[in-house]
Structure formats: C-alpha cells, structure tokens
Design a protein around this ligand. Structure first.
Ligand SMILES: Nc1ncnc2c1ncn2[C@@H]1O[C@H](COP(=O)(O)OP(=O)(O)OP(=O)(O)O)[C@@H](O)[C@H]1O
Ligand SMILES: [Mg+2]
Length: 675
C-alpha cells in the first residue's frame, strides 16, 4: 500500500518536473508578457490622465488663475506651454505658458530653467502633428528625471481656430518607482527612437542613453505592436523578453531577463516543488503507515491464528480490540474455530474406528494372500510336473532312437559271433585237432605224412588246404574286428547322446530348485567358467557389457544352477552359430540392464552373437522341444525349450529380440526385479 503511494507520488513528481522543465521557456515568456502588459497599462493610464489635464489646460489657457489650480491638483506636472504655427512655415510660436511654482521652489529652480530644457530637448512639432502625440526623456544633466509629453490639440474658438501643440514636462518619480519594483526581469520605457525614458538604472535616465542597438528595443521601435514576445542574443548572452507599445507618446514598455537567470529561478521553483512533494509524501507515508498498522495488526493476529488452526495448534479465542469489520471477522473466526474443533474430535473418533477396521481387514487379506500364494505355489508345482511329464515323453522318444540303433548293432555283433565266428573257430579247431592227433601218434614223421596226404575234396596236399583255411580265418577275424570297433564307436556315440538327453532332463527332475534372491551376474560368471574351454578352442571373444547400477539392482528370485543351465544353453547356441558362420572375429556379447517395463521393474540379460542368424522360417519353431538344425552329435533340440520353461517358472521369459541371417542373433532373457 505504502509502496503504491510512494510509486504514484514519485511518478507524479517526475511527470510534473518534466512538464515544468518543458514549459519553463513559455513560463518566462508569460511572466514577461504579463509584466509589460501591466506596466504599459499603468504608464498609459498615467499619460492619458495627463493628456486629459493638457486638454483641460488648453481649453482654458487664457485663464491663468484656473490653470494654476489645475497644476496644484496634479503635482506631476512641471510646466505646460501651448504653441501654434508661426507666420513662417516650420516656425512655432508659444501662445501660453504655465509653470509649477511649487516644483521650481522645491528644486530651487528659476522659471527660465524650463526654457533651457526646451532648448536642449526641442519638440519635433511636425512629428507631433503627424502622430498626435510625442514623448521623450528631458532630464537635464545633474537634474531630476523629467519626461516631456507633447500633444496635438485642435482649438475651435471663434477667433482662434487651428492645430496647436501642447507641451508639458512631467516628473518621473512615480514612473521610475513603478519600473524599479523588484522582480527577476528588468522593465524600462523607451521613446520612438529607442532612447531611454525611464529605467531602473538611474544613470541611463540622466544620460538619456539610447538602447536602439538592443534587439528587443529595435523590434519595439520598428513594430510598435500591442504586445510581442521576443527571444534574442545581446552582449553574448541569451535573453527572453516582451515589449508592449503605450497608446500615447510613441513610447514602448520593455521587459527582459537573461535566460540563464530566468531558468535559475525556474529550477529553484522546481527544487522547492520537489522538496515540498517529498515532504508531502513522507507525511502521507507516515500517516498511511500508522493507519495501515491499525488495520494490519488485528489482521496479522487473525492470520497467525488461522495458520495455527490449519496445524491444529489453535486452542484459545482470538481477542481483537477494534470495533470494525475486523472484530466481526474475529468473532466469526472464533465460532468457526470452535466448530472445527468439535468436528475434528468427531473425525478423530471416526479415524480410530476406521484404523481398527483397516487393521482387521488387512489381517484377513494377508491371510487370504498367504492361502493364495500357497495355492499358486502348488499350481506351479503341478504345472511344472505336467510339463515335466510332457518333456519326459518327448525325451523318452528321443532316447528310444539311439537305444534302437544300439540294439540293431548289438544284434549284428551277436549274429556275427554266432554264425561266422562259430564256424571259423570250429574249422580252426578241426585243423588243429587233426594236427595234434597225427603228431601224438607218429611224431614229426607222422605229422609230416598226414600233412602231405592228398585232400579228398581238392586233391591238393592237406597242408596247403589247411594254410589256406587258416589264412582265410585270420582275414575274416581281422575284417570283423574292424567292423566291431566301428560298431563300438557307434554305440559309444549313441550312449553319449542318451547321456546328454538324460542330463537335460535331470534339471527338470529337480522340481523347483532352491529359489532365493540372487545377482544374475553370479550365474553369468559361472556360465563363463563352465564354457571357458569352448571359447578358447573356437577362438571366440567374450564381451561383457554389464549395467551401471549397484549389484542389488540385478537381483532376481531364481536357482543359481538353473540360471547357469539357461545361460549356458544360450551361450552354447551362440558359440555354435558363430562357428557355423566361420567368422574371423567371432564374438559373444553378454549385456545386463535394469529396465522399467509396463508391468514393473525388470532385469534384462541379452546374449548376442555374430553367427549365422536364424532363418525366418525357423523362428516360430526354435522353442519347440526337439526342434534342431544341428547334427545328432551336436544338438538334441531340447536346449531352448527347457530354458524357456525354467525362466517362465521364475516369472520371466526368453525371446529372440533380433536376428538377421548371416549377421547374428540377440536373445533377451528377462526376470521381474526383486522389489
Ligand atoms: N544363437 C543361435 N543362432 C542361430 N540359430 C540358433 C541359435 N540358437 C538357437 N538356434 C536354432 O534353434 C535351434 C534350437 O535350439 P536349441 O538350443 O533348442 O537346440 P539345439 O541347440 O539344436 O540342441 P541342444 O541345445 O539340445 O544341444 C537350433 O538348432 C538352431 O537352429
Ligand atoms: Mg542349444
């Protein structure tokens, strides 16, 4: 409020000052104009009064006693003379003359002094006749200031008619007093030639100096108009002034002031105004401050009480001593506060009751929640078991294949044993038994005779036939030995495949491993260690790009070994894809991120490779159990399907985020983050 008053007053003052500054020239003009107007009016009325007297004196110039009475009534008159044209052209004759004896006495002057004045300041009769009047300074050196006024008068007597000129000398005391009134401007009177008639500077009057070279005087002489304002330079200074002609005697009143001096006065005026304004503002502020305090103190009390009430700290009653609207407001406030306190008490009671109810409900809800999670847990187990059953079926089918193969091979081995090897062994046994019999009955000779006997079948000596048979047996044995070792190798491979399938199944047989919050990075580390050899052997680089948050941000609820199985499956797939693509700079990248999805915060693991990529046609099938593009030795096709089942059991999922044939694949595995 006070600030507003201050700003408003300041603006007003600034405006006033600027207006005042702009108007100061016209102000000075106005001052000068009114000055010359008043002066010329006064001078004019003085001279017109004298003119009336002159006319009176002219009427009765023959009556000397009457004329003297007129002089006594007008103390400014010093002399009066009446002239008429002489017999010669251009000459004038005095026909009457009266002098103010009182004045002459006062200054100790002889009547002839007046004649000397006339001689020194002759009257230009022709000009008087032409203009009707004429006036001039007629001060004698060292004498009192005198002005001469001449008037053209017409006399219409029966014996004395014609144009006359009446001449009077007048005291200038009153005129000079008029001009020397104090003021910032200098005012003076000049005649039609620009000579000083009256001036506050007495020396200029006595010397009868001419001021015709002053621009304003020149202007006044050349254009004796009623009133004119003038700005001019004189004596190297700027002046402001005005001149006004007097209706009688060809005189002009001039008022002039140095611009600098005029403005100094104006500035003084402005300064005084500003000072006054400031005083006024200070007083206004003090008064308004006092008044606003009388308003604000009770209002502040009210405000403080309201704030307390808002914090429920207000317990008493507000006392306001005024008798106005604020007191009414305080009464209303008191009643509102007491109402509020009552309502608050009720509310508190309700709240306590509500809290109790909420507690009961919460306990009931918690119980329900517990039951629900137990039911959920058992459902998961059931689902897991069901999926286990399904997988077991698939796996059994998978296991049956190699087992069948093994059976066929084993059957072949058995058949060989039974047929070929039995007959070979029998033949060998027969040969060796015949040799043994011949040797034991006849010694070397007996054996030799036996061996050289001709064979009943071929006619050749028996020894040749025996050697042929033995050689054939050993060849057969060698051949079958080779076949057997190939069969054994096949069996070994098939057994390894069965082992792998069974290993994959083993993880599923552990229904729900040990689930607890664990940092995914731990399982990733385990995976790295497990596959370190594979990386090294294939010369594939592993790039880790783990998220910046603290490790707690990467906790998921899962089983550490199961996670290792998932990550190993994915990394192994990546390694195989990179090898298959024959990359020079093969690379597997493992990135972890904490992310905010719609369903809540989650932990994301991305496993990328720059391998073969997955053909569009295969994408829909890769999670199917037994879908594989690898050889029987390389893959069973169970990896992704088992991994997905495991991750889904932890509440997360596995998806192919991107893949491009010949460029690589990124698998995204995500889990709900531990809140
Ligand atoms: N990173 C990958 N790049 C290219 N193809 C892939 C990748 N991962 C999986 N696949 C494809 O998906 C198929 C299924 O993968 P999955 O891991 O389920 O079985 P597998 O690797 O063939 O055998 P297993 O994992 O049982 O040894 C793979 O045969 C392969 O065609
Ligand atoms: Mg795999």
């Amino acid at each position: 409020m006070s600030a507003l008053v201050l700003v408003a007053t300041g603006t007003y003052l600034a405006l006033a000052v600027s207006l005042f500054k702009e108007d100061k020239v016209s102000l000075v003009y106005e001052l000068n104009a009114s000055n010359v107007k008043t002066l010329s009016a006064e001078v004019e009325s003085g001279f017109l009064k004298i003119a009336d007297k002159i006319k009176l004196l002219t009427q009765g110039h023959a009556d000397e006693a009457w004329a003297r009475a007129v002089f006594e009534a007008e103390p400014d008159l010093i002399s009066y003379s009446l002239y008429r044209p002489g017999s010669e052209a251009g000459t004038w004759r005095r026909v009457a003359s009266v002098r103010n004896s009182e004045y002459l006495k006062l200054y100790g002057l002889a009547p002839e002094e007046i004649d000397r004045v006339r001689e020194r300041f002759p009257v230009p009769f022709a000009k008087v006749l032409a203009k009707g009047s004429w006036a001039a300074n007629a001060t004698m050196p060292g004498g009192a200031p005198i002005v001469t006024l001449a008037l053209a008068v017409a006399i219409r007597d029966k014996d004395d008619a014609g144009e006359y000129v009446a001449v009077t000398d007048l005291r200038m005391d009153r005129l000079l007093k008029l001009l020397s009134e104090p003021g910032i401007a200098t005012s003076y009177l000049v005649d039609a030639e620009g000579r000083v008639v009256a001036h506050p500077d007495a020396s200029l009057v006595t010397s009868g100096a001419t001021l015709a070279d002053v621009p304003i005087v020149r202007d006044a002489v050349q254009s004796p108009v009623a009133l004119r304002l003038h700005k001019f330079d004189w004596l190297g200074k700027a002046w402001l002034g005005a001149h006004s002609s007097v209706a009688i005697g060809g005189l002009s009143v001039i008022s002039q002031v140095e611009e600098e001096q005029a403005f100094r006065a104006a500035r003084l005026l402005i300064r005084k105004s500003v000072l006054f304004g400031l005083l006024f503002v200070t007083a206004a502020l003090l008064v308004s401050g006092w008044m606003s305090r009388s308003f604000t103190v009770p209002l502040e009390q009210l405000l403080a009480a309201t704030e307390k009430l808002a914090r429920w700290e207000f317990a008493g009653t507000l006392h306001v001593k005024t008798r106005d609207e604020i007191a009414r407001l305080a009464r209303a406030f008191n009643s509102m506060a007491s109402d509020l306190r009552g309502q608050r008490a009720q509310l508190d009671a309700h709240r306590t009751e509500l809290e109790l109810k909420v507690k009961e409900r919460t306990a009931a809800l918690e119980e329900r929640q517990k039951q629900l999670s137990e039911a959920q847990e058992s459902l998961i187990r059931t689902t897991r078991l069901a999926s286990l059953g399904e997988l077991a079926g698939v796996a059994a089918h998978e296991v049956l294949n190699p087992v069948n193969n093994m059976n066929i091979r084993l059957e072949r081995i058995r058949k060989q044993l039974r047929e070929a090897e039995e007959s070979d062994l029998k033949l060998m046994n027969e040969i060796v038994s015949a040799w043994q019999k011949a040797y034991s009955s006849g010694g070397w000779k007996g054996l030799e005779g036996e061996l050289l006997k001709a064979s009943p079948d071929s006619g050749k000596p028996l020894v040749e036939e025996d050697f042929e048979n033995l050689m054939g047996i050993s060849r057969d044995l060698l051949k079958r030995l080779e076949e057997k070792s190939a069969d054994l190798e096949f069996l070994g491979r098939e057994i390894a495949r069965v082992t792998r399938i069974i290993n994959s199944m083993r993880s599923l047989s552990r229904v729900g491993g040990e689930r607890k919050p664990l940092d995914v990075h731990l399982s990733l580390k385990d995976t790295e260690v497990a596959l370190a050899d594979a990386f090294q052997k294939r010369k594939i680089a592993l790039v880790r790009d783990y998220g910046p948050e603290a490790r707690e941000a990467y906790q998921v609820i899962a089983d550490r070994d199961e996670l290792v199985q998932v990550f190993s499956n994915l990394v192994r797939n990546g390694l195989q894809a990179v090898s298959a693509a024959n990359r020079r700079a093969g690379e597997i990248r493992i990135a972890t991120r904490r992310a905010n999805a719609e369903a809540g915060a989650r932990v994301e693991v991305r496993i990328s490779d720059n391998g073969t990529g997955i053909p569009q046609g295969d994408l829909a099938r890769i999670f199917e159990p037994t879908f594989t593009t690898k050889t029987v030795e390389e893959g069973t096709g169970l990896g992704l399907s088992i991994s997905r089942r495991l991750v889904r059991a932890f509440g997360g999922d596995i998806e192919v985020e991107k893949t491009a044939e010949g460029e690589g694949t990124t698998f995204l595995v995500w889990f709900p983050a531990v809140p």
